[in-house]
Design a binder for this molecule. Structure first.
Ligand SMILES: [Zn+2]
Length: 427
């Protein structure tokens, strides 16, 4: 049988990316290929389907309809109050303040339990955190409450419910099966392997992952100033398969790590959260490739956090995050960069959360005060075995404590001083 016939018989999927066409096909050896030059693609592999649609990110656009049935005056007063809360929560979600949004949506439901909208948004938030059962019950509540005026949203909710069945299956340890089968993808910059269950749930899976990784490489290259020359290994698992393979490695729950290859948990129908995770883990992978280690930990974690946020369209810290850091400065509980240079270990939950924010703030300050080539130089000097202080002094003109001072000044500058002498001079 000719090679071409092999390719044609094993045709899996063809994906069209937004700008350039990207073609994906599987050859007789089971290797998935990706090409952007149509001439290199077997003819039968050219017809096909679009890349995976982001079911959860690209829902119906625009405002939901106002509550339909007329009610008593008091009820409609409460409805308008809870609607304002929902509108505020939607704005919070757009800013990345998801915890605030979830609290607000729950309170809107306490005021008006007949309101469908909060269930719609809570389903999305739950699904992003992997709480599939709760996401499902919110979608069902939405369908029970939303009338005909919500037709577009009702259709999307039905579609999301079907996708959640795949997610629950991949997360279920009993249904994960013990025969692990893997699909390989050849790519100039990545060596990708994914659990075959992922591709079975979603035929456009491979092309979507390739697109996410290409975007990650671009963003991380800009922020860290460098990308590896060698292809990076990336392994993607369904949730249960990941736990089965790697649970023993960690005392806490993880969704990804790097050990020379990037390993990550993926949804069956991945959306923004897989993209964010790949951006985060790719940044760590590049940091380790360049420096040979993971320290200073605050810089490593801070840069990864910023890359992850970039994938969600966020430039840096939210106002409420800066405010919480500012309060810690005032309270004398700021976690110094020096403390979190070796690792974040030994911190309680709340301090660990704050340490991530400190790291992101410091990385953000560095980003706004350096060029990509400077950041690449930081990684290069660390890779040569220079100390943190030597490296930071050489490139940024100040050692760890100096950077720490600047970051605190930057965090405080978002908030007017209250005139309290204990806060020090106005900034
Ligand atoms: Zn990380």
């Amino acid at each position: 049988m000719s090679r071409r016939l092999h390719l044609a018989l094993a045709l899996l999927a063809v994906a069209a990316a937004a700008q350039a066409d990207v073609f994906t096909w599987v050859d007789a050896a089971g290797v998935t290929h990706i090409a952007d030059d149509p001439a290199s693609v077997p003819p039968d592999a050219r017809m096909g389907r679009d890349g995976l649609r982001d079911l959860w990110g690209e829902g119906p656009q625009g405002r939901m309809p106002a509550a339909g049935t007329p009610r008593a005056a008091r009820a409609s007063l409460e409805t308008s109050r809870s609607r304002r809360i929902v509108e505020g929560a939607v704005a919070d979600i757009e800013r990345g303040e998801t915890a605030l949004a979830a609290t607000a949506l729950e309170s809107a439901l306490r005021i008006d339990p007949r309101l469908p909208d909060p269930h719609w948004y809570l389903a999305g938030l739950d699904r992003e955190r992997g709480r599939y059962a709760s996401a499902e019950s919110h979608l069902r509540a939405f369908l029970g409450l939303a009338g005909e005026a919500y037709e577009l949203w009702r259709n999307a909710a039905e579609e999301r419910l079907r996708a959640l069945v795949d997610e629950q299956r991949l997360a279920d340890p009993k249904s994960a099966g013990d025969a692990d089968a893997w699909v390989g993808v050849a790519h100039p910059h990545f060596r990708i392997q994914y659990h075959s269950d992922l591709g079975r749930a979603e035929p456009a899976y491979a092309s979507t992952v390739v697109r996410y990784l290409e975007e990650a490489r671009h963003v991380v290259g800009e922020r860290l100033g460098t990308v590896p020359e060698e292809p990076m290994g990336v392994v993607l698992y369904g949730k249960a398969a990941y736990l089965r393979a790697h649970r023993h490695r960690f005392s806490f729950q993880t969704v990804g790590f790097y050990d020379g290859r990037i390993h990550v948990v993926s949804a069956a129908h991945p959306a923004g959260e897989l993209r964010a995770l790949l951006f985060h883990e790719y940044a760590h992978a590049v940091f380790r490739e360049q420096t040979g280690g993971d320290r200073p930990y605050w810089l490593n974690e801070g840069l990864a956090e910023l890359c992850e946020r970039a994938s969600r369209g966020q430039a840096g810290l939210t106002r409420s995050e800066r405010s919480s850091l500012s309060q810690r400065i005032d309270a004398g509980t700021w976690i110094p960069l020096r403390r979190i240079a070796p690792s974040f270990s030994g911190l309680g939950d709340e301090d660990a959360r704050s340490a991530y924010l400190v790291a992101a703030a410091a990385a953000r300050w560095i980003e706004t005060h350096s060029r990509p080539a400077d950041r690449a130089r930081v990684l290069e000097l660390l890779g040569e075995g220079r100390s943190d202080d030597d490296t930071l002094s050489a490139v940024l003109g100040r050692p760890t404590e100096g950077v720490d001072d600047e970051v605190r000044r930057w965090v405080r500058s978002a908030f007017p001083t209250t005139g309290n002498a204990a806060l020090g001079p106005p900034l």
